[in-house]
Design a protein around this ligand. Structure first.
Ligand code: TYD
Length: 197
């Protein structure tokens, strides 16, 4: 099973994933956690150049870079771990491109098209909190990345996430709760799906 955890910068994805990882392994699941941009060469290129603001790139070109990173990430890491029977949790996947590059003005239909060669996740969680909560969390960070600098942009990203959740039936998790409560909610959905109910 491939699980995608999504949400705007600052909503607390990494923390919740760490708690969820512990809960799942305690219950005997073999879990592999990963993220995008990936730790592969294209993901590193994105982090070192685009997210640090060193490279000026059009939204369409960026969409293709993320899609290329994703294709390699799936082929070299996600797919092999799934084949070995792991439950794979990825922090960000296709829906990050839909929300972020969509908010940059790229057509969502085209974003989905260039990502259509990688398998869809089995479950998508959208961590969501009011923009004030997110803005407060981000304002405590030093060295802000490219997309974290603009709260107005992040609120557009959030709107796309929420409208995709409505359209696609993704699970929206209240990220103003504690990480334990959030992870427990996610665990219940995952166990429900794993047991086929
Ligand atoms: P992020 O999860 O913030 O990585 P880290 O916290 O490790 O630096 O992801 C980096 C940024 O990249 C984030 O602002 C969202 C953006 N992003 C996209 O715009 N499109 C995508 O397809 C992905 C995967 C990320």
């Amino acid at each position: 099973m491939l699980i995608d955890v999504e949400g705007v910068d600052g909503v607390g994805k990494s923390t919740v994933i760490a708690v969820l990882y512990r809960m799942l392994t305690e219950r005997g699941y073999r879990v592999h956690v990963t993220r995008e941009p990936s730790d592969g060469p294209i993901g590193r290129f994105i982090r070192d150049n685009v997210l640090k603001g060193r490279l000026n790139i059009t939204p369409e070109a960026l969409t293709l870079l993320f899609a290329a990173d994703r294709a390699m990430h799936y082929a070299s890491e996600i797919g092999p771990r799934l084949n070995e029977g792991y439950l794979v949790i990825t922090e960000r996947y296709i829906e990050s491109s839909v929300a972020y590059q969509g908010a940059q003005g790229v057509s969502i239909g085209w974003i989905l098209e260039v990502n259509s060669k990688v398998p869809k996740p089995d479950m998508v969680f959208i961590l969501d909190a009011p923009m004030e909560v997110i803005a407060r969390r981000i304002s405590g960070r030093v060295n802000l990345e490219y997309f974290e600098r603009n709260v107005e942009f992040l609120s557009r990203v959030r709107e796309i996430y929420l409208s995709r959740a409505r359209e696609m039936g993704y699970i929206v998790v209240d990220a103003s709760l504690s990480p334990e409560e959030e992870a427990l909610t996610m665990l219940n959905y995952i166990e429900g799906k794993a047991k086929g109910s």
